[in-house]
Design a protein around this ligand. Structure first.
Ligand code: CMP
Length: 157
């Protein structure tokens, strides 16, 4: 059963990423997943899907009412995305959410640090290649939206 409930609430050694339609269109799925594996993460769930408008609005619900919300929903539903649950292999004290966010870089690719995924592959603040959960609450909500009712399509056996 994969309804998001197995994601830990007290300690985030897991997080979620979504490779956005711009990066999928540019054949960057492999390079991006490779980067996370090289940085010490294992892929625990992996799914390619095209979000419906309703799913996109639920995924990005914290941005409802912001000026960029409709453009954001339009873009994220414009083609397939690849979502993955990543787990940091060496659990220790490392916070997977923070580590992944440092690897992806700032929201605006032009402001992201050299070598980060958004700096390397993003082309604008909307087409910024990748999303990653920013908190445990977001992780739980986002994982429910993406993986909640698609148990049959899990690829991790
Ligand atoms: P993401 O990490 O997926 O979370 C919300 C997204 O909104 C963000 O990446 C950007 O792609 C998009 N966005 C578009 N305009 C803005 C903006 N002005 N500020 C923040 N996010 C924006």
């Amino acid at each position: 059963m994969n309804d998001g409930k197995d994601i830990p609430t007290e300690k985030s050694y897991r997080t979620l990423i979504v490779i956005k339609p711009d990066a999928v269109r540019r054949s960057l799925i492999g390079s991006i997943l490779r980067r996370f594996e090289d940085e010490g993460f294992s892929i625990k769930e992996l799914l390619m899907l095209t979000l419906s408008k309703e799913e996109a609005e639920a995924f990005y619900t914290v941005h409802r009412g912001k000026p960029f919300f409709s453009e954001l929903v339009q873009f994220i539903t414009s083609g397939p995305v690849v979502a993955a649950i990543l787990e940091y292999r060496d659990r220790g004290d490392t916070d997977a959410i923070a580590k992944v966010r440092s690897i992806i870089g700032a929201t605006d690719p032009s402001k992201a640090e050299e070598g980060t995924i958004r700096r390397l592959y993003g082309s604008s603040i909307t087409e910024n290649a990748i999303h990653a959960s920013d908190s445990i609450e977001s992780l739980e909500r986002e994982a429910r939206v993406i993986f909640g009712n698609r148990c049959g399509k899990r690829v991790d056996g």
